[in-house]
Design a protein around this ligand. Structure first.
Ligand code: 13P
Length: 304
């Protein structure tokens, strides 16, 4: 069933957990995320990033995402990720997206406030929840970074907790993306996260917080971030890498057996690996909020 960003993050807040938000630039990725939600009995967010337009266009993937979410037994939010153009956001809203992120992190503070508030006004009549970003991670999905700053990209700027209250009040956002040491893409070293930033932001702006660059982080750091108020974790690169490795292995096995390699051999191997990975991280993000094994199939996340 389709739910909006406000309701799904409220569900996470009530259970003291974070909802996994998977970027799904292929049918296999979307199916894996939704099947993982049904199998674990947990809510999920599937999202399309504006920068993935070249992998699959919004016009193609958006209606598929909405249709699959509507018929899912799990609570699903269909979300627009890292949108920098309000006309692009309007197209997603008209398709039935129930969450959207306006990313003004490359703009000045005042311009970020102004455009985020315009995004909020645009989302309201559609009943769509809005996420905005304060601070900057300095990198995008697919980048390789060394844990401190992304080569060739702008340097990361941590979210300023003193601005957070003002930003939330003036924009009318529903969820706040924070920069606190995670990065998009592959980590070359251990991520060093600043949980103090999150704690101070939560003190000044008690709204659901969002972790970007969520793949490649240790389970312990996920748990600490969730305790500090993270309610949505964006997860893409490492799952995509594992699926790529599974598809490569499928080719190797079939070639070793001197059998032809069909395209569906690769998509099936990728789907299975994405599903396994998604179920694993969703259970970590849910912590105590995860239904016990055996309760998950079928009975999906009734409200407490
Ligand atoms: P990763 O690709 O680093 O997991 O980050 C995903 C993300 O933050 C999407 O907005």
């Amino acid at each position: 069933m389709l739910v909006n960003l406000r309701d799904i993050t409220a569900m996470a807040e009530q259970r003291g957990m974070a909802v996994a938000a998977f970027n799904v630039p292929s049918l296999e990725a979307a199916r894996a995320a939704l099947d993982a939600a049904e199998r674990t009995g947990l809510p999920v967010i599937i999202q399309h990033a504006e920068c993935h337009e070249g992998i699959v266009p919004l016009d193609v993937m958006g209606p598929v995402m909405v249709a699959l979410a509507e018929r899912s037994r799990a609570p699903v939010c269909v979300h627009l990720d890292h949108c920098e153009h309000l006309d692009y956001m309007r197209r997603a809203l008209e398709m039935g997206f129930t969450g959207a992120m306006f990313d003004g992190s490359a703009l000045s503070y005042e311009r970020n406030v102004e455009l985020s508030a315009r995004a909020a006004a645009m989302c309201a009549p559609f009943g769509c929840g809005l996420e905005c970003e304060l601070g900057s991670m300095g990198s995008r999905e697919g980048d390789v970074v060394d844990g401190e700053d992304a080569e060739g990209r702008a340097e990361a700027v941590y979210t300023d907790p003193h601005d957070a209250g003002d930003f939330v009040r003036r924009t009318g956002l529903d969820a706040l993306a924070c920069s606190f040491g995670t990065v998009h893409g592959l980590y070359k070293g251990e991520p060093r996260l600043s949980f103090g930033v999150l704690e101070q932001v939560r003190e000044n702006a008690p709204v659901p917080l969002v972790m970007h660059g969520g793949s490649g982080v240790s389970d312990e750091d996920y748990r600490r971030a969730i305790r500090a108020g993270i309610r949505k974790i964006n997860y893409y690169t490492y799952g995509a890498k594992f699926a790529g490795e599974a598809a490569t292995e499928a080719v190797r096995v079939r070639e070793g057996e001197r059998r032809p390699v069909y395209w569906h051999d690769l998509t099936m191997a990728a789907y299975e690996r994405l599903l396994e990975d998604a179920m694993g991280v969703m259970r970590v993000f849910a912590g105590e909020g995860a239904p016990a094994d055996g309760e998950s199939q079928g009975a999906v996340c009734e409200e407490d």
